[in-house]
Design a protein. Structure first.
Length: 361
């Protein structure tokens, strides 16, 4: 892989509507408060972590394309604008921007509304709702807001697909098809999704939001972080279960070059309250022992510092995968680590990892 740099980061999470809020939540190293979400016909509500209201109405909501959009599009646009702030400020008008939006559940709110109307009375169901149910809706709206998208794609998969989106963006840059590429992972909350997650992973606390990376080729316009490697996608099968796939992914990332053996590290150390260590592990471990078992087994002998955003923010599906990547890049950009690796062991498809390093001139 030729030199690909991270030029910007953006996030919307239950901590707030920017990277600063996400960084502070990880610094505090405490699970965020939970809220409840009602399900029709069920007495006991689900536990979730909702996205707080922004401090003020975002200016981008005045855009005509965003008049009827669902929360997932708002999260995508907010994260994207934060991640591309430097690019949009310093670039020329002819900048070719690529866009990859990664989703797992996608636009569940409008899908529920559309099918509810259809079941009640197909003759009066609003056709205006249908375009907002498709997976490509957030990418389409964001492209209209940014206005200079040369190439766009929506990827649907389990959370590990986010790194496939990063790989696709890097490929576009290497092939000189774009000058910069924005990669976003996003989800929104709905009771039907909370119910489905409860059936599969009862300890999990559903959340929503988005995370965004902007990639480019110019070191001087970057955050000082370079994408060093992305592993193969190790898919699950009867011959290759989740634990085997996770271990194969870790094996491709290799051993840290200079990481010395240390005791288990907390997020306080990662936040910079203790001397920085050379390489960080940003894993996808949450609150579900059965689901986390494969990843825990793959990294059981990791003795360096690590951070687990899901433990603090909740199960954000594709958004949680994006938060892992932006947290890893932010830690390297802040000078606390010389490198950070991301471990993504997806729910039902693949295990894939990446390594970000401090860029050298």
């Amino acid at each position: 892989m030729s030199r690909i740099f991270v030029t910007g980061l953006g996030a919307v999470s239950p901590a707030g509507w920017n990277m600063a809020a996400l960084r502070e939540a990880l610094r505090n190293d405490q699970p965020l408060p939970v809220q409840t979400l009602d399900r029709p016909g069920r007495e006991k509500p689900f536990q979730t972590r909702l996205i707080p209201n922004p401090a003020s109405r975002p200016e981008f909501l005045a855009h005509p394309r965003l008049r009827r959009t669902s929360p997932i599009t708002h999260y995508v646009v907010a994260a994207a604008l934060e991640a591309t702030a430097a690019v949009r400020t310093n670039s020329d008008p002819g900048l070719r921007l690529g866009l990859v939006v990664c989703l797992q559940s996608g636009c569940v709110n409008y899908s529920c509304r559309f099918f509810e109307e259809t079941l009640k009375d197909p003759a009066t169901a609003s056709p205006l709702l249908f375009p907002e149910t498709v997976y490509a809706a957030p990418a389409s709206h964001l492209a209209a807001v940014l206005g200079n998208i040369s190439l766009a794609s929506s990827l649907v998969g389990d959370p590990a697909a986010f790194l496939q989106g990063v790989s696709l963006g890097a490929q576009w840059l290497e092939e000189n098809r774009v000058d910069a590429c924005l990669v976003i992972g996003a989800e929104e909350i709905n009771w039907i999704l909370a119910d489905a997650l409860w059936q599969l992973e009862r300890p999990a606390i559903l959340t929503a939001g988005a995370g965004a990376l902007c990639l480019g080729r110019e070191l001087e316009r970057s955050t000082g972080v370079e994408l060093a490697a992305i592993t193969d996608a190790h898919t699950y099968s009867t011959q290759n279960n989740r634990t085997q796939a996770a271990r194969a992914m870790r094996g491709q990332l290799g051993a840290p070059a200079t990481c010395r053996p240390v005791a288990s590290r907390s997020n306080e150390e990662i936040a910079g309250r203790m001397p920085a260590l050379p390489e960080l592990l940003c894993d996808g471990v949450g609150s579900c022992p059965r689901v986390d078992a494969a990843e825990l087994a793959a990294w059981q002998d990791w003795t360096g510092p690590r951070v687990s955003p899901k433990r603090i923010l909740g199960e954000g599906l594709m958004a949680a995968a994006a938060w892992q990547c932006v947290a890893a890049c932010d830690a390297v950009a802040g000078g606390r680590f010389t490198a950070a690796r991301v471990s993504l062991v997806g729910s039902n498809q693949q295990a894939i990892g990446a390594r970000f390093v401090r860029a050298q001139t």
